[in-house]
Design a protein. Structure first.
Length: 221
């Protein structure tokens, strides 16, 4: 069985950079589940599906052929044969991704794909997203909810995106998306057995070290 470290958390909490850093330190694979939702969003936008067309979004999700790298040092995403690694980070995708993530049928489809990737990982994987600790991999060796103060999360996302996003769009990406996704997934409160790691006052290295400490306690490394 692969070793699995599951990390959940709200937007801007540092899930991706932390998970990627942990995977590199431990020689494990890395799965950015949010990128899969973004890839499907890029696909439905390219196909001209209206975000309010629930049936159309479900069909687009099921039809989307998503390929995603699990190498932490070489991240790429393809959908329907097209490289969308950069395109899924565009503001348009960030603004529309909740149309996919808030539909149960779309989530179920992507969750099944994520589980398949995790089960096939060797020697193991660090997976991050919204519902990894509770839905996708509830039996993971290490389960962490990574949180941070909202203002800190917005500042981190701003540093990541730079001039690509203004204050209004930034608040939409971080706060509105959290509110939308929380209708289906609880990523603000740690479930039983999940460690709540608040990284508001931690550097990235300190956060990675904290996760590694939990991994050592669970005999993952």
């Amino acid at each position: 069985m692969p070793k699995v470290i599951a990390i959940d958390g709200p937007s801007g909490s540092g899930k991706s950079t932390t998970a990627k850093g942990v995977a590199q330190r431990l020689g494990l694979q890395y799965l950015d589940t949010g990128a899969m939702y973004r890839a499907v969003t890029r696909a439905y936008l390219d196909a001209g599906v209206d975000p309010s067309d629930t049936d159309g979004l479900i069909r687009a999700t099921r039809a989307a052929e998503v390929e995603i790298s699990t190498c932490p040092s070489d991240q790429w995403v393809r959908v329907n044969g097209r490289d969308v690694t950069a395109a899924i980070r565009e503001p348009e995708v960030s603004a529309k991704v909740s149309a996919i993530s808030t539909i149960p049928e779309c989530r179920q489809n992507l969750v099944s794909r994520q589980r398949a990737i995790i089960e096939a990982s060797d020697p193991g994987i660090v997976a991050e997203g919204r519902d990894i600790t509770t839905v996708v991999a509830p039996d993971a060796d290490v389960r962490i909810l990574l949180t941070a103060d909202p203002q800190v999360r917005m500042a981190r996302r701003k540093a990541e995106l730079g001039e690509k996003v203004d204050a209004v769009a930034l608040a939409d990406q971080v706060l509105r998306r959290d509110a939308d996704d929380s209708k289906l997934v609880n990523f603000s409160t740690a479930a039983d057995g999940v460690v709540n790691l608040d990284c508001t006052y931690l550097t990235l290295d300190e956060t990675i070290d904290a996760v590694l400490s939990l991994a050592r306690s669970a005999n993952v490394c």
